[in-house]
Write a protein that binds this ligand. Structure first.
Ligand SMILES: C[S@@+](CC[C@H](N)C(=O)[O-])C[C@H]1O[C@@H](n2cnc3c(N)ncnc32)[C@H](O)[C@@H]1O
Length: 332
């Protein structure tokens, strides 16, 4: 996948889209410029692309490192440790180190979380289509494994729509975080086929599940959630269907899939993240259903006030997935 030209047309906003431009909720200030992906040309998006002079309008969505940084602690708390145990068991006894391919690495949060949980030497291959994020990922990579063994990294710029088994050849693990819901079914099938073809397990974390629980609840919660989920599917993206689709895609490749919940539990200690996420969530919902705007604006104001006062709790459901190739004599 090295330095290939991008051909896939990526579209629409995602749960990564804390920039409310839908309906009247855009009046809310203090959003992160470029947080979340932008829609493809001609599409309507909830977020704007980063303001980069010379940026080609045909380029796919880009993500703001500020947003990825903001969500990193909540992501770290949410990922399912129990699936990592399964990976550790699989690697137990290896003395020659492992190669990990992190797909859609962004600024590298998955590596910062996982590498210190695995023993032994590691070489991380960081894949993304965005060279700006790859730069941050390489610069911010950890330098040691759990047991102090060395860790090295390389970056590969390319489009996952073109991933092949050869790209993963020699790899021992594929990882991703907050990726599957921003892929199309075709891209997901390509990813699963590449993992299976390379006989490589895949730990794919933090796919949105399409469910949110607020405390206190509000009568508008369900309607907004519904509109948001519909928005996530724009442009053929998987959105809340990602986990089901991934189970099907990996099973079709003969891989065994394990799932584990990995919800964000946002409370008083996450005011900044919760506020950004809320703006994006409501903004996307209103963009999907503009008739919600009149009720959504006071809803958002109420929710943000509660958030600032430390009186809002939100459980944003995600799932982690571990896909394992068929065992050969119990081992790879
Ligand atoms: C929501 S961000 C998650 C980043 C990172 N994994 C994290 O958890 O912070 C999704 C990442 O996937 C990348 N991405 C999305 N679709 C891609 C594709 N088709 N090819 C390569 N990278 C892609 C984006 O550039 C972005 O860095």
């Amino acid at each position: 996948m090295n330095e290939r030209t991008r051909t896939a047309d990526h579209a629409s906003a995602s749960p990564e889209a804390p920039r409310g431009q839908g309906g009247n909720v855009s009046a809310v200030p203090e959003v992160i410029p470029g947080a979340g992906p932008a829609a493809r040309p001609g599409g309507r998006d909830t977020v704007r692309p980063r303001d980069e002079p010379g940026r080609d309008a045909e380029e796919p969505a880009r993500y703001a490192p500020e947003w990825l940084r903001l969500r990193e602690p909540a992501d770290a708390d949410a990922r399912a440790g129990t699936l990592v145990e399964a990976v550790r068991d699989r690697f137990a006894g290896r003395t020659d180190g492992v190669v990990v391919h992190d797909l859609g690495c962004g600024t590298g949060s998955m590596g910062r979380w996982l590498a210190p949980r695995l023993d032994g030497a590691q070489h991380w291959v960081l894949h993304d289509r965005d060279p700006y994020l790859l730069h941050f990922a390489a610069a911010g990579a950890p330098d040691a494994a759990a047991d102090g063994a060395p860790l090295s990294v390389e970056t590969r710029r390319g489009d996952l729509a073109r991933l092949t088994p050869d790209d993963l050849a020699g790899g021992h693990l594929v990882t991703a975080s907050a990726l599957l819901d921003v892929l199309t079914r075709a891209e997901l099938d390509t990813l699963a086929a590449a993992c299976a073809g390379a006989d490589c397990p895949a730990l794919l974390t933090l796919s949105v599940a399409g469910r949110v629980e607020f405390t206190p609840a509000d009568p508008l919660d369900a309607e907004l959630a519904d509109a948001f989920n519909t928005h996530q599917r724009r442009g053929g993206l998987l959105g809340p269907d990602a986990v089901t689709a991934a189970c099907e895609a990996f099973a079709a490749q003969g891989m065994t899939v394990r799932l584990h919940p990995s919800p964000w539990r946002l409370g008083a200690g996450h005011a900044a993240l919760a506020a950004q996420w809320l703006r994006g969530w409501v903004g996307a919902a209103v963009e999907q259903r503009p008739e919600l705007a009149a009720r959504a604006e006071p809803y958002l104001a109420r929710r943000l006030a509660a958030c600032a006062a430390g009186e809002l709790e939100a459980v944003v459901h995600h799932s982690d997935l571990l896909a394992l190739p068929p065992a050969v004599d119990g081992l790879r």
